[in-house]
Design a protein around this ligand. Structure first.
Ligand code: ARG
Length: 457
């Protein structure tokens, strides 16, 4: 089988060598973008009078037929034709005859593949942003239900201070908001057309790069043809943004897993997002959350992979760059899947408000209230901390909590403590009174929910 680029070759590579060099196994995912890019290119060639309109019409018609077949999944790709670009060009020529060979006028696979990647990523980043927003809406809805649900807040995974459960959920809302901003901001650098850069130096044909860019809906064109075919920064950025998103999802997943344990029992996941054990009939495992936590690994790996591929490649195109694809496809697939699953998991989970309530009433997470109380009465905070610590110790020895400690015992450590301390120590009060901007006080949480609504609007 002769290669489309076979003219200067005396013999062909063996099949296993072809196999190693081929990208068709994975770059067939670019089929729609490749056809779209070709349509724009040939249309521009016609407008510029570089190709006769009759040829352009034939080529466009052939491309259209290929597109219909591609949509129906009827294209049979071949490793012998190396990649998506040569496969489609070969099919076009088979379909409409030698005139199909005019499509590649004034173009190289180097600007072609870069164009495909830009088109592909632009679409997918749009989808990612949409799914993030959807997840944020679900988080917001859950949070609205739980403004006054008191829960233990942690540092070091040790009970720290009581919080509104909504406040905890909303922390993830804001992480996702930043993720969304990062993806949105990155679109500026994805939405650029490399088409017309040729192999790397531009072309002798009087092409109109602005025209083809416009036909493809790009907002800008690369100013430098060498940069245009060499740049994979936009993919690195996508992988970096996705890594951070996955880090956020993974942290949240970890909490979901902890909260679902018998030890915590703060939430229960819906059956639809849980799995059973093949041996232990009682089990209900948070597999989806674990899997999302685990999948962060492959996304980080894809980022490291591409950074390493690019490092040390001289300008301009090098075959190394073919290695940009699988990691990107895999990341798109992983991120879209993880966002969809997580949204469903949070939308359907049951929050065990009673359990959260009792958890907060059986710990020392109100100790800061006592220290603040004393500090507000003029005792230096460091001293108040010491006094409170001693009272906590007394309670631990007696097997009780601060709210159970008689006033007289408290007053032995400080006469500043009066009967109103019990109101202050109530976990609800501890939350309500944390009314500093961005704090967990109910009022502040409501302000935050409004801010979140505005961010989504
Ligand atoms: N399959 C190639 C890739 O993905 C397309 C570009 C090939 N260009 C070349 N000069 N060999 O990078």
């Amino acid at each position: 089988m002769t290669k489309l680029w076979g003219g200067r070759f005396q013999k062909s590579a063996e099949a296993w060598v072809d196999e190693f060099g081929a990208s068709i196994g994975f770059d067939q995912q670019l089929v729609m973008e490749d056809i779209e890019g070709s349509k724009a290119h040939v249309t521009m060639l016609g407008i510029q009078g570089i190709l006769p309109q009759a040829d352009v019409a034939l080529i466009l018609d052939g491309l259209q037929q290929l597109q219909v077949k591609a949509e129906a999944g009827e294209l049979a790709f071949s490793v012998a034709n190396e990649d998506i670009h040569l496969n489609l060009e070969k099919m076009l020529i088979d379909l409409i005859g030698p005139v199909g060979g005019k499509l590649h006028t004034g173009r190289s696979r180097n600007d072609q593949v870069a164009t495909d990647m830009h088109l592909f990523l632009k679409k997918r980043v749009g989808e990612v942003i949409g799914l993030i927003e959807n997840f944020q809406k679900t988080l917001l809805k859950q949070a609205e239900q739980h403004v006054e649900t008191i829960a233990p807040g942690y540092t070091h995974l040790q009970r720290a201070q009581p919080i509104s459960f909504a406040h905890h959920l909303m922390a993830y809302f804001w992480m996702l908001e930043r993720d969304k901003q990062r993806y949105t901001e990155s679109l500026k650098r994805i939405d650029i057309s490399p088409l017309g850069a040729g192999a790397m130096a531009g072309t002798t044909f009087p092409i109109d790069r602005l025209k083809s860019a416009e036909l493809l809906g790009f907002g800008d064109v690369y100013a430098n043809s060498m940069d245009a075919v060499s740049d994979r920064d936009f993919i690195v950025e996508f992988l970096a943004n996705s890594s951070l998103l996955m880090a956020h999802l993974s942290r949240f997943a970890e909490e979901i897993i902890i909260w679902s344990t018998d030890e915590f029992k703060f939430i229960e996941l819906d059956d639809a997002f849980s799995t059973g054990s093949s041996i232990m009939p009682q089990k209900k495992n948070p597999d989806m959350a674990e899997l999302i936590r685990g999948k962060s690994g492959r996304v980080y790996g894809n980022l490291m992979g591409l950074l390493t591929v690019l490092k040390g490649t001289p300008l301009t195109y090098n075959k190394d760059m073919q290695e940009d694809k699988e990691g990107m496809f895999d990341t798109v697939h992983t991120v879209l899947g993880a966002l969809k699953i997580f949204e469903g998991m949070v939308a359907t989970m049951t929050v065990n408000t009673e359990r959260l309530h009792s958890a907060v009433h059986s710990d020392f997470s109100n100790a800061t209230e006592l220290a603040d109380y004393l500090a507000a009465k003029g005792m230096p905070f460091r001293e108040a901390h010491e006094v409170t610590g001693k009272l906590v110790f007394t309670c631990i020895q007696r097997g009780i909590y601060l709210l159970d400690l008689p006033l007289t015992d408290m007053q032995q450590e400080s006469t500043l403590i009066e009967a109103d301390i019990y109101d202050v120590l109530a976990p609800e009060a501890a939350v309500r009174r944390r009314n500093s901007l961005g704090g967990t006080g109910f009022e502040q949480v409501r302000v935050q929910l409004e801010k979140a609504q505005a961010a989504l609007a």
